[in-house]
Design a protein around this ligand. Structure first.
Ligand SMILES: [Fe+2]
Ligand SMILES: [Fe+2]
Length: 276
């Protein structure tokens, strides 16, 4: 195959400047694929516009949901909550031929052999606790004390699960089963970092509670990851854990990317791969 597997996340197209960036995105070559690792927008209509625009241009688009897609907010005519909202988004993606965590994992055939590109939806379970806290309640007490509380607490509903962590644990079980069946090297794509280490540089360490789960800490080695793609932190960079390349590929909010010397992030090349 000629072409490159690219990745970007956190397009947040509710901001007109970010919508313009998506409007301008084009593949470099006809065989290019694009991973979109969550936080496209808050409304299904905006998600459909962005993924549809990209699916018309790239040979394949692969989507994993972020927390923002799962928000149920007052001005949105789509009032679905939790799992029903996620299923609604999956249906929209399928109509656009965009791969989701519910579909067979697309296989990228590159010079180094076949690699399964696996979009994941595993959410978070408050196990990335701040120092000094030993339970979710203690962690949340601390966060409310500092005023650093993720909006998910108010608009990301876990229905029909009793809690976001219960939804996360069900997703971990489902996803582990599917990943164990692949039998190929993988590119793991998750909105949230599957390991805790990338959250160490957060300005507000307590925000890590909304950033992942300890239950995915060994997935990059257990499931033969060639690379791991994530976003959510709005801190684009490349790091390595256990010899595996982790790519934080977020565009982020205009107020964030305006401060970067390089300007707004462009899609980052993931495969063909490179070694440390
Ligand atoms: Fe984001
Ligand atoms: Fe996010």
């Amino acid at each position: 195959m000629t072409g490159t597997l690219y990745a970007i996340s956190d397009l947040h197209i509710g901001y007109p400047e970010n919508r313009e960036i998506v409007t301008a995105l084009r593949p470099e070559a006809p065989g290019d694929w694009l991973i979109v690792a969550g936080d496209v927008a808050e409304t299904p209509a905006d998600v459909e516009w962005a993924l549809g625009t990209l699916a018309d241009r790239y040979a394949k688009v692969i989507w994993a949901p972020g927390n923002h897609e799962l928000w149920t907010t007052a001005p949105d005519p789509v009032t679905l909550r939790g799992a029903l909202r996620y299923e609604h988004l999956v249906r929209i993606c399928r109509d656009l031929q965009v791969a989701t965590p519910e579909d067979p994992y697309p296989v990228w055939h590159g010079p180094d052999g076949p690699v399964a590109v696996a979009p994941l939806f595993v959410l978070y379970d408050y196990s990335f606790l701040p120092t000094g806290a030993s339970t979710k309640d203690e962690g949340l007490d601390y966060a409310y004390g500092t005023g650093v509380v993720c909006s998910d607490e108010f608009v990301l509903h876990p229905d029909p699960y009793p809690s976001r962590e219960a939804w996360c644990h069900a997703r971990v079980e489902y996803t582990e089963r599917r990943l164990a069946e692949i039998g190929l090297p993988t590119v793991l794509v998750n909105h949230f970092p599957p390991v805790r280490e990338p959250t160490a540089i957060l300005h507000h360490p307590e925000f890590a509670m909304w950033c992942g789960t300890e239950r995915t800490a060994d997935w990059h080695t257990r499931f033969q990851a060639t690379a791991v793609v994530y976003g959510h932190l709005h801190i684009p960079r490349t790091t390595w854990y256990d010899g595996v390349r982790f790519e934080e590929v977020s565009l982020g909010y205009p107020r964030e990317w305006r401060l970067r010397d390089a300007g707004p992030s462009q899609p980052r090349a993931i495969l063909p791969g490179r070694t440390e």
